[in-house]
Design a protein around this ligand. Structure first.
Ligand code: NAD
Length: 257
């Protein structure tokens, strides 16, 4: 019940999918929640659901690829809640799924702007608050595709590889401040992103497509957002106090093969 009691947690991309599950589970474990997202309606619905269960939560409209938007929201969280203990850098996009030689510069740049620069901006603006507190946990959502390749979505794979090493670099920079930085590497998790990915790939029967995707995971199925959210709760909590620069793989065995 109280694994992250009193901790103030920012979750980017908390309106939907994995981020929404993270916000819910962290709140259930005693955290106070700040959701950063572009999708206001589902964001407010996520906040309402958390508040209905007695926890504190607030929504900020944020474009994580825009430094001014991030800086204003981070300052807003610090003013509203008084501190920032946890940052979950979760917001991300899949981007164009075609071979490298067909990708345009704009398609490449947009994925890096959200998935890489967004993590940089959020980390940059949260760190001074954590340094002052001499404590903090930053959790970066990379992917199995930050660890292994696959013949699709080149900008996405590049971005998730970058997030993996940004995590280790920041873990080294801020260890002396007792700020921990870790990455999570999910296999396929059933969220709006994956549904969009399957539809963009021409899937008409989603259940059939889900079955085909499931076969890549030795446990025999794709994951659910809570499978990642419980990992986030662990890395946000003091249970993981000796873990930094680490990679938590939650992939049903995908990368063990
Ligand atoms: P999703 O598309 O279902 O949800 C992403 C959320 O991020 C949405 O609410 C969206 O509005 C928000 N967002 C996107 N761009 C934003 C921006 N520029 N500024 C602010 N908010 C923005 O995605 P998901 O499947 O829940 O994925 C969450 C994270 O996990 C992503 O970083 C993704 O790459 C990673 N991941 C997902 C899977 C998977 O199978 N679902 C696997 C590996 C890694």
């Amino acid at each position: 019940m109280n694994r992250v009691k009193g901790k103030i947690c920012i979750i980017t991309g908390g309106s939907l999918g994995i981020g929404r599950a993270c916000a819910q589970r962290l709140a259930e474990e005693g955290a106070r929640i700040a959701i950063f997202d572009l999708l206001d309606e589902p964001g407010h619905a996520a906040i309402d659901a958390i508040q209905a269960r007695g926890a504190q939560a607030r929504y900020w409209h944020v474009e994580i690829a825009d430094e001014r938007s991030v800086a204003a929201a981070v300052a807003g969280v610090a003013a509203h809640f008084g501190a920032i203990d946890v940052l979950v850098n979760n917001a991300g996009i899949a981007g164009a799924n075609k071979p490298t030689h067909e990708i345009t510069e704009a398609e490449w740049d947009r994925v890096q702007a959200v998935n890489v620069k967004g993590v940089f901006f959020c980390t940059k603006h949260v760190i001074p608050h954590m340094k002052r507190a001499r404590a903090g946990s930053i959790i970066n959502l990379s992917s199995i595709y930050g660890l292994v390749g696959a013949p699709d979505s080149p900008p996405y794979h590049a971005s998730k590889g970058a997030v993996r090493l940004m995590t280790k670099t920041d873990a080294m920079f801020y260890a002396a401040d007792a700020i921990r930085v870790n990455s999570i590497h999910p296999g396929f998790i059933w969220t709006p992103m994956v549904v969009g990915y399957l539809r963009a790939g021409g899937a008409v029967d989603l259940e059939l497509a889900r079955g085909a995707l499931s076969k890549h995971h030795p446990l025999g199925h794709v994951g659910e957002p809570d499978d990642i959210a419980w990992g986030v709760v662990y890395l946000a909590s003091d249970e993981s106090r000796f873990i930094t620069g680490s990679e938590l793989i939650i992939d049903g065995g995908y990368t063990a093969q």
